[in-house]
Each structure stands twice: as structure tokens, then as C-alpha cells.
Design a protein around this ligand. Structure first.
Ligand code: ZN
Length: 236
């Protein structure tokens, strides 16, 4: 049995699958993983993405933050790919209990997934940093620095560098992982903590890793598929 057949068997036999995914899930929809294309952006911006997407930068260089954010982080014309579609189907079939994602693009919901735990927030939710009123995504494109009627700056509900993950979401994600029969991890280099630490809570023996490139966890998983996440999940 090859790796793909093993994956199919594991998925076929379970009704308690949890998926944990990173940027690689969305790159196949044309959303670049900014961690792997630093060089590309450095030609266009004076700071690396990690600096621009930080709480401090948002506060001190707000206009430049929004310029990068609108250009690179909000992809308005992208569509779910084979990975998103396959995961939504597994949920409808009552096999998959939750999608835990580090992505902020909302593509899992666009594909039909309902139980999506967004560790890093979503570009689709925006709120006034002063009065907390929510604003539609389009309003952030209205001006250089989007402002609420109250004068407060509108900010995306995404976790910036230097900010804490939402405790409640992290706790729910941890519980899903701890209780999972099958944990499929895909499209993440598992380098970003605390999110990457989630997999340590898994207690089963069906830990599947699907990733195009090497990770530090390759020798700790039960099944490793060195392929595209969309391709692998599209087969199950
Ligand atoms: Zn306001």
C-alpha cells in the first residue's frame, strides 16, 4: 500500500478527523506564503512582512501597514481549491469534526466548511479599535487609513505579530486535537508557535502530515505525504 492508499484507508475508517492547516493550504489558491517569499516583498517594501504585520508597526506606521495589508494579505478574487473543497465534503459526511487554520482568508468557509477555528483571525472581520463597531471588508479599501464614524481606526480582526492568540479559540482547538482519532496536518512548516504546539496534544496513532517541503516533525508522524495538500485530499 502506498502512502496515498494508507491515507484513504485512515480517512475511510474514521468519523473523528481533525484537520490543522497552514499557509500551504491557501498557496494553491494563489495566496502567497509571505514567509517563503520574503525576497519578493523586500523589493517593494522597506520592511520585511513580519515587521509590517506587527502590532507595533500597525500603531506607528499605520498607513504603510494598510498599504501592505491591502495589497498582500487581502485577496478578494481567490477561490477555494481542492483541499478546501475536500475538507468541506468530509465535514458534510460527518467524518471531519473541525478545521483548525492559521490562515486568515476565509476560504474554508467559502468552500462550505462550518466548524472552522481561525487561530489567527480573519480578514473578513474588521472592527473599530475605539468603539468596537464591526465594519465590512470593503470599508478598509475606502481610504488610506480606514476610519470609523467615531474617528477610531478600523482594524482587521487578525492576530498581528506581538499579539496573543485568542485563548478561547486555542482552548477549543486543543480539545479537538486531544480528542481526535485522526489528525491531519497540512501545508504548514510547523514553525509558528503557539499554533504549532497544538500537535503535541494529539494522543492517537494516526497523525498524518501532508507537506511539500520538509518539517522538523517529519520523523514523528505516523504517515507522511510529501505532496500538495490539494492533490492528497482531493483523492480521499
Ligand atoms: Zn468606532
Amino acid at each position: 500500500m502506498n502512502e496515498l492508499e494508507k491515507l484513504k484507508k485512515i480517512v475511510a475508517e474514521s468519523d473523528n478527523i481533525v484537520f490543522f492547516g497552514g499557509a500551504g493550504v491557501s498557496t494553491e489558491s494563489g495566496i502567497p506564503d509571505f514567509r517563503s517569499v520574503d525576497g519578493l516583498y523586500s523589493q517593494e517594501y522597506d520592511f520585511p512582512p513580519e515587521t509590517i504585520l506587527s502590532a507595533k508597526f500597525f500603531k506607528t506606521k499605520t498607513a504603510e501597514f494598510f498599504k501592505f495589508y491591502k495589497n498582500k494579505m487581502v485577496a478578494r478574487d481567490v477561490k477555494p481549491n481542492a483541499a478546501h473543497i475536500a475538507l468541506a465534503k468530509l465535514e458534510r459526511e460527518k467524518k471531519l469534526r473541525a478545521v483548525i487554520t492559521q490562515n486568515i482568508d476565509g476560504l474554508h468557509q467559502a468552500a462550505g466548511s462550518e466548524n472552522v477555528l481561525e487561530l489567527h483571525g480573519s480578514v473578513h472581520r474588521n472592527f473599530c479599535s475605539h468603539c468596537k463597531k464591526t465594519h465590512a471588508l470593503e470599508t478598509i479599501f475606502d481610504s488610506e487609513i480606514p476610519q470609523c464614524e467615531c474617528g477610531g481606526i478600523i482594524r482587521p480582526d487578525v492576530v498581528l505579530y506581538g499579539e496573543q492568540l485568542d485563548d478561547a479559540i486555542l482552548a477549543r482547538a486543543t480539545k479537538y486535537v486531544a480528542d481526535a482519532d485522526v489528525l491531519i496536518v497540512g501545508g504548514t512548516s510547523l514553525r509558528v508557535y503557539p499554533a504549532a504546539g497544538l500537535i503535541f496534544h494529539y494522543r492517537g496513532e494516526k497523525l498524518v502530515l501532508i507537506n511539500n517541503s520538509e518539517t522538523n516533525f517529519d520523523d514523528r508522524v505516523n504517515l507522511l505525504l510529501r505532496t500538495s495538500i490539494g492533490f492528497a485530499l482531493g483523492q480521499v
